[in-house]
Structures are given as C-alpha cells and as structure tokens.
Design a protein around this ligand. Structure first.
Ligand code: HEM
Ligand code: HEM
Length: 184
C-alpha cells in the first residue's frame, strides 16, 4: 500500500485520516458549543469531559497527520487552477491541519489552570501543565474560543473550495479526496 503522498496523488492513509479527522472535529465542535451554552453543573462537566477525552485522541492522530503533511510531497492540483487560489487553499489546508493539534494543547492548558483534570480514554488522568491560575485560564479559554471560530471560518472556505471544484469547475478534486485515482 502507498504509505505517503506523492506529487501524483494522496495515499489511502491521508484520505482515511482526512475524513476521520473531519468527523471527529465536527463532534468536537458540537460538544464544545453545546458545553459553552450550558450553565455550570454536572451535565456541562460531563460534556467537557467527553470533549477533552476525544480531543486527546484527536491530538495524536492530527499530530501524525500534520507531520505527514509537512514531510511529504503534496499532490499537484487537479486541472489548471489560478496560482493565487492554490496558495490560499494550501495555506488554509495547513491551518486546518494545525488546528486539531493546537486546540487540544490550549484546552489542556485551560483545564489545568482551572484545576480540572483531562482524562485519556480508559480514565488515566493527564498531569496538569500549570497550577490553578484564573488569569491563565481566562486567556487560554479566550484563545480556545478565537481559535475554534477561526478554524470554523477556514473550514467554511475549504468546503466552499471543494464544492466550487465539484459543482462549478466540475473537476475531480473532491473525488480524488474520496479515493478516485486521477491521472495528472
Ligand atoms: C465536509 C468537509 C470537508 C470537505 C468536503 C473537504 C474536502 C477536501 C478536498 C476535496 C481536499 C483535496 C484538495 C486538493 O486536492 O488539493 C481536501 C484536502 C484537505 N483537507 Fe479537507 N475537507 C473537509 C473537511 C476538512 C477538515 C474538517 C479538515 C481539518 C480538520 C480538513 C483538512 C484538509 C487538509 C489538511 C487537506 C490537505 C490534504 C491533507 O494533507 O490531508 N478538511 N479536503
Ligand atoms: C480539535 C480540537 C478541539 C476543537 C475543534 C474544540 C472546539 C471547541 C469549541 C467550538 C468550543 C466552544 C467555544 C465557545 O463558544 O465558548 C470549545 C470549548 C471548550 N473546549 Fe474545546 N475544542 C477542541 C479540543 C479541546 C480539548 C482537547 C480540550 C481539553 C483538553 C478542550 C477544552 C475546552 C473547554 C474547557 C471549553 C470551554 C467550555 C466552557 O466552559 O464553555 N477543547 N472547544
């Protein structure tokens, strides 16, 4: 099996991880936004516990994906797109690959500073990065919120680009990300 991306196509691992991470991030955003709207209490704590535990798993997968993305050749774009659009879409994709690595680290910082414990699947507690500190908690939560909303804006642009390629330009960009072999 092709393990790494080449200039001619994405590896099946990249394609599988792309959709797995997309699904996991959607659940994360839903859990985060739902928790954000609730008053403090047991139900909110449970949602945040799910959000943070899933986030630790996502962190490991996304860190691998980011490393693979930065150390592999990137497939050439399908068709003959405008170079500015290629630069923008690739920068957005790198930012999207970075977000599920940075947001969990910041979430861990926020929870540590609030005196909350982040648990791995299986219940193992992660050590706190910092001690109880309301100022650090405030800044880390604010950065988490700004980061999450910036991520959603980038994602909207990314999905718009994918839809434009598919429905307006009618090329195989989306189909390639769904596993179709495209001759360049
Ligand atoms: C419905 C949601 C999504 C659609 C339709 C979509 C579509 C696509 C398509 C068509 C490509 C291939 C672009 C090319 O050929 O150059 C791509 C690449 C990429 N997408 Fe998405 N995407 C979605 C969600 C996401 C999410 C949630 C993330 C990040 C968390 C993401 C991160 C990336 C990255 C990093 C690449 C570059 C390839 C790679 O290195 O993995 N995408 N996406
Ligand atoms: C890809 C990873 C992640 C995404 C996309 C994400 C997204 C979000 C979003 C959208 C919110 C709601 C922001 C708001 O409107 O207030 C949120 C809140 C939050 N997230 Fe995350 N998050 C991620 C990872 C993590 C991780 C790993 C942790 C902990 C280790 C964490 C801890 C928190 C906390 C404590 C809140 C605040 C809930 C509240 O009290 O209002 N997040 N997250």
């Amino acid at each position: 099996m092709q393990m790494r991306d080449t200039g001619l196509g994405f590896s099946p691992i990249t394609i599988g991880l792309h959709w797995l991470i997309a699904a996991a991030v959607s659940v994360m955003v839903w859990l985060g936004l739902s928790a954000g709207q609730m008053d403090a209490g047991a139900a909110k704590a449970e949602l945040i516990a799910m959000h943070s535990t899933l986030g630790t798993v996502l962190f490991v997968v996304a860190a691998y994906r980011l490393w693979a993305r930065l150390t592999s050749y990137h497939p050439l774009p399908v068709g003959t797109p405008n170079p500015i659009e290629v630069m923008i879409s690739r920068s957005v994709a790198v930012a999207l690959a970075l977000a599920p690595v940075l947001l969990p680290l910041d979430g861990w910082l926020a929870m540590s500073a609030a005196g909350d414990v982040v648990r791995l699947p299986g219940g193992i507690a992660l050590p706190a990065i910092v001690g109880l500190n309301p100022e650090v908690e405030y800044v880390a939560r604010l950065l988490h919120k700004i980061g999450a909303y910036a991520f959603l804006a980038g994602l909207a642009l990314h999905i718009f680009g994918a839809m434009k390629n598919h429905f307006v330009l009618k090329n195989d960009t989306l189909k390639r990300m769904l596993g179709k072999r495209v001759e360049l």
